[in-house]
Structures are given as C-alpha cells and as structure tokens.
Write a protein that binds this ligand. Structure first.
Ligand code: SF4
Ligand code: SF4
Length: 493
C-alpha cells in the first residue's frame, strides 16, 4: 500500500492507493481521508490557569444523533425503594469473577463483602442489603449468560456491616491507602466498561502519568445519570478527583463536560472554588465524545497509539460515577453497593434517574417508573449506541448499568440491510479513522486476516458507522465478530 501525505497546521490529508486481489474488493482502491489536526491546533490555543477552560474541544469524525435527554435531564436524583431481594452476580467487572464467601442460610449485613476477588484485574463484591442468603446459583445476567449469583432476601432493616467506618478526609490517608480502599470497596468504572479502578490507578512504573481526566461527556443518547450527579453531587466529584490525583501523585486534573450540560459545568465550577490545578473543559456535543481516546485527544491533543492505552500517553481517565463512588467511600466507608441509573425511553411511563441498590431486578425498577406506557419493542442496558439488548427484565442492575432504555416497537424495528453503495459515510464518521465498510465486508467473507490488516482491533464499537449507513449494513456486529475471531486466532498462536 502506497501512502502520500500532506500536512499543514489545520488539516491532514491522506491519500491511500492500493491494489488488492482479495475478494470482495478486487482491483485498485483510492481512499482519501481528511481530518482536522487537533494536536497542532491545540498548541495555538492559550490555556489559562483558571479553573474554567471555555473552549469547544472535540475530535475528528463522530455523529450528531437525536439525544432524547430532555426525558430525564431535569429530573432530580431519587432513591429507589429498598428491594425485597437482590440478585448479586459474581461477575460484575472486566477481568476475573469473584468467588462467593457466604453460603445459603447465612445472614449478611449491608456493605458486607460476599464475593472475594481472585485475580489482579477483579473487584470485590458486597451485599447491597441486609438479610438472609436464600440461594447461591447461576442466574440470568445482563450480558445474556447465566452467572453464579448470591440471592439475598431483605430483612427490611438495612443493618450496616460493623467493618464500615468513614476514612475521614483525603489528608488523613496516604496514596497507597487510597488505592487499597478503592480495591476493598470494589469500585469499577461506572461508565459501563466496569474495569477495576485500582488497576487503572496502578500503572507500571515506566508509564509516567501526568494528567487525570474525568469523563463527564455522557455522550450516549438518553442517558443523564452522570449529568444529574454532576449537578447534585459536584463536591463529591471534586473530592473524588482530588483523591485520584493524590493516589497517582499527579498535579493536573481535567473534567470534560459536553456543552449541552451548562448547569453541570456551572455546578462543578462552583465546587472547584479556588482550586487551580483542575480545569473544566467544555466539550462539543458530539458522539462518541466520551470515548477515552477521543476525550484524551480533545483535551490534551495527545493521540493514543493503535493498540495502546491512555497510560501510553500519560493519562488516566475515570468516569463521573466512579469518582463519586470513591468520594462516598472516603466520606462514609461504604463500598460500592448502589449506583445512579437512568430509566428512560418512549415505552417507560415515568422516566427517572434513580439511585438503585445493586442486584435489584430491572422489572422492579421499571415498575417504580410506572411500568411500560406501551408495548416494549427493545430493552437495552445502557444507551442505544453501545448498550446491550436484554431478553428478560429478570436481570439485576450491576455495577456497569448506567441506564435501562425501553424503546417502543416502531423504534425497535430496523429495516433489512441492502447492498453497500460505497457512499463513504461510515469512513467519514469513524472517530478512529478506520474503513468500516472494508472491515465489515472482509468479516462477512470470513477473511479475518484482511480485517486485521484494516485494523479491526482498533474499533471501539461506538456504532457511529452503523448509525450513519444508508444501507443499514450490519457494520458493528460484523466488526465485533472479526475482533472475536482475530483474538481467538492469536490465542491459539
Ligand atoms: S468502525 Fe468501530 S470505531 Fe469506527 S465508527 Fe464503526 S464502530 Fe465506531
Ligand atoms: S455507509 Fe454503508 S453504504 Fe455507505 S460506504 Fe459505508 S457501508 Fe457502504
């Protein structure tokens, strides 16, 4: 493949000319990519020392879907009712599952550890209510599998575990104690990925971190949980960020918030007060602004390399819910036993943002929102772009449940795909600068080596290409399949 590049201050033009004998794209290909060169542009923007950086930072590509956030973005957080029973799966994070340390018939207290993490990439699990363990058995999980779960029947008393004691202030605890308390509290990334937080905060010594970014973009349509948390718990956001800065021994912190949340920007700015080492970035409202690589690029101008991680460019990114969970643990000693969930969509009677105990079933939560207003066509955990479709509402809210979205039958009806018309729209919107039409076609032809050459593994599965495609091609599912096959081949050696 030949590549001819021309660079100037504001744009980057890449012309690729290639010849391929492989089906389905036999013959010559000419691909032209144009992108704004943010890293060069950002060097020209003077950054002040004030807490507030009002500039529309953004990234290349992306889409502007209908957001539907008005269903819940003005609704204050409410505590969900205490559940009658909870189903607590032993797999709630990326990495190793936990092992149950209680058995049927045991009495457990609120906040008591019931699942022990066994691997480095894992997070402990605690009971979200007090009561009796009535079963330890596989139960349906939002990922579609059955997962070993501890079922606790509430005694209605919420008796607190004796181990739970406030840690006091950040000043009272050391950097390593902060990482230990995060580990003990079972805190994971609450944006949906559920990566154990203490692992992110323990980079190898050769990776020098000099910036922490808090992700307040919440770019997924419909979801407003982070938005409400920033408005109502701004002090905790700042405290949690300060704890992370101390844990990593990093001076500079950033909070990136999409500019469709002016009240959140205002609340955080107020909470920062005289703090001078934390800046707020007002981000352009565009999907997927909250994806880690896009956020890092928008705020620092740094480009995470293909196959790399944020720590490769000296950055750690954490979600809003995660920093608030850290702050809560410091203030109260309580591990992660509840989270804010946006329950929304056209088929929900009263959309809300609820503070929900982990393990509460979707059906119980939907009931508290007045139930279904019309026949549900699709139930999704998370947002419409990256969420996971559910086949039953008898699954529990887990640490990664940012939302429960219920669409009506009409919205859920996706027309059948038609042949690709080579319009190039999927290429235009891909924030990673990939060629989705090629990767997908190779995947559908089981030519996984070619899909890998076209960097399928770099795909962040944001769904922008599928969203924009006029032919409704199954781009994301086929790219996801290619990724799975490539990884499986690599494992086989
Ligand atoms: S190819 Fe992957 S990263 Fe690019 S738009 Fe599609 S889903 Fe997003
Ligand atoms: S957007 Fe759809 S139709 Fe257009 S080039 Fe991509 S896959 Fe083909």
């Amino acid at each position: 493949m030949k590549s001819l590049k021309r660079r100037n201050l504001y744009s980057y033009v890449e012309v690729q000319v290639s010849f391929s004998l492989a089906t389905p794209f036999k013959g010559f290909h000419i691909i032209v990519k144009v992108k704004i060169n943010h890293s060069l542009r950002n060097e020209l923007i003077k950054r002040g020392d004030s807490a507030m950086e009002v500039k529309k930072a953004t990234f290349r590509g992306g889409i502007h879907p209908s957001y539907f956030k008005e269903l819940t973005n003005h609704k204050a957080l409410k505590k969900a009712k205490l559940p009658i029973q909870v189903i607590i799966p032993m797999q709630q994070n990326i990495g190793a599952p936990c092992e149950p340390i209680v058995k049927k018939g045991d009495y457990v207290k609120l906040g008591q550890k019931i699942g022990e993490s066994k691997g480095f990439v894992s997070a402990a699990i605690h009971s979200s209510i007090s009561g009796e363990v009535i079963a330890v058995e596989p139960r349906p999980h939002p990922t579609g599998q059955k997962v070993l779960s501890i079922i606790v029947k509430s005694d209605g008393k919420d008796t607190l575990d004796d181990e739970i004691k406030p840690y006091g202030s950040i000043e009272a605890i050391s950097s390593s104690e902060i990482i230990d308390l995060i580990k003990e509290a079972g805190i994971v990334g609450l944006g949906g990925a559920a990566f154990p937080t203490q692992v992110k905060l323990s980079p190898p010594p050769e990776k020098k971190i000099d910036a922490v970014i808090i992700n307040g973009a919440e770019c997924e349509p419909y979801l407003t949980a982070d938005h409400r948390v920033m408005v109502e718990k701004a002090d905790e956001v700042v405290l949690g960020l300060k704890a992370i800065l101390k844990a990593l021994n990093v001076e500079k912190g950033y909070i990136g918030i999409e500019n469709n949340k002016p009240d959140a920007i205002e609340a955080i700015n107020k909470a920062l007060g005289e703090t001078s080492n934390i800046s707020i970035y007002s981000l352009a409202t565009k999907y997927p602004q909250g994806a880690e690589k896009q956020l890092i690029h928008a705020i620092t101008g740094r480009e995470v390399p293909s196959g790399g991680l944020p720590m490769d460019v000296g950055v750690v990114v954490q979600n809003i819910g995660t920093v608030v969970a850290i702050a809560n643990t410091i203030i109260t000693g309580m591990p992660l036993v509840e989270r804010v969930v946006t329950i929304t969509g056209s088929a929900i009677k009263e959309p809300q943002n609820l503070l929900v105990r982990l393990g509460t079933t979707f059906s119980e939560i939907i009931e508290q929102c007045g139930g279904f207003s019309q026949k549900p066509g699709k139930i999704i955990m998370g947002g419409p772009m990256m969420g996971i479709t559910q086949y039953t509402t008898e699954v529990p809210v887990i640490k990664g449940t940012s939302g429960i979205l219920v669409l009506n039958e009409e919205e859920a009806n996706i027309p059948d795909p038609t042949p690709c018309i080579r319009c190039g729209k999927c290429v235009e919107v891909c924030p990673i600068n990939l060629l989705p039409l090629y990767i997908s076609a190779y995947a559908l032809n089981e030519q996984y080596e070619m899909a890998e050459k076209y960097k399928a593994l770099d795909c962040i599965e944001c769904g922008s290409c599928s969203y924009i495609c006029p032919s409704r091609r199954p781009l994301v599912p086929s790219i996801r399949l290619a990724k799975r096959e490539i990884v499986a081949q690599k494992r086989k050696g």
